[in-house]
Write a protein that binds this ligand. Sequence first.
Ligand code: UD1
Length: 349
Amino acid sequence: MSTTCNSQQILITGGAGYIGSHVAKQLLEQTDANITIIDNLSTGTKERIDALKAIANDPNRVDFIEADLENFDMIEGVFKAKNFEAVIHFAASIVVPESVENPLKYYMNNTVNTTNVIRLANKYGVGKMIFSSTAAVYGEPEEVPVQETTVTKPINPYGMSKLMSETVIQDAAFANENFKYVILRYFNVAGADMNGATKLEEINPRIGQSFPNATHLIKIAAETALGKRDKMYIFGDDFDTPDGTGIRDYIHVDDLADAHIEALNYLDENPSDIFNCGYGHGYSVKEVIDEMKRVSGVDFCVETGPRRAGDPAALISDNTKIKSSMAWRPKFDDLALICKSALEWERKI
Ligand code: UD1
């Protein structure tokens, strides 16, 4: 393990994954922090670690440890060896239907492992934790847009495992004044590394979403546009929405990544808190598919099928709180940029 003096040391669990690697990238590009990534490579990839080392210019700024968080002694060794200022905790299982079939996997990987990360953070004096949570904690929300104060009522073990983790973090911080947290509840994360691009034709991602057997709409649409799938399905067109298809708040992964950097800064001066991360407006499944067809120039085959179990009609964040509390200003609130960056990444894998 290598360290560079005087720079912040930040631990990123799950940093070889989709969102974690984009946060690692922004930290490397926007700060002088050194990062340590712990990832079991179950869905994360070594290629992303290599890409991050290239982005860092100095490979010593990125330390990668292949390990599962369940391996407590090994993870403790990492905390002992480094003086982490903050931990950004992504490592988790995230597939909703799997969580219904195998709930214990979710309570172990998500809730128990988060508890262990907190134990170690407390034992080794780590002052800040940024936690990757989800709009799934709201279940089928009673109000849309969804505020942070909207009742949390998860409808699957995935959402519950994240809500329980949130509770552990809050209670631990209540008992330890030297431990502060920001919990970020993500809405629908999509797109890929903008790599400095501001226009559609400049987009050339270095990292992106590579989740096997993806279930996410924008990734599936990109795969279909590129002929990796023969066709795709709209899961229900009889919702109570203007065009009958489900509406979601799609947030570009680079904007979401920036929210983590702002959250670290926020904790320098402010108390622990919970924030929704979305743009505050949504698009329907049909609008997303039409946009993917437009940016790809491919009129791919789409069929309408039945609703998917547990899909609410609309899920949109109220992002007033994060915008008024932090210096977070989204740069890529544009469905074309989201779809095109996902498409260009999909071409590379
Ligand atoms: C996603 C995440 C969930 C997270 C939530 C937060 C997954 C699988 N889902 O849920 O973990 O908590 O965001 O808001 O990780 N659709 C189609 N056809 C497809 C795929 C999707 O019509 O082939 C529709 C869905 O019915 C839904 C919309 O597209 O209306 C978005 O679906 P998806 O991308 O899977 O995300 P969510 O289910 O909203």
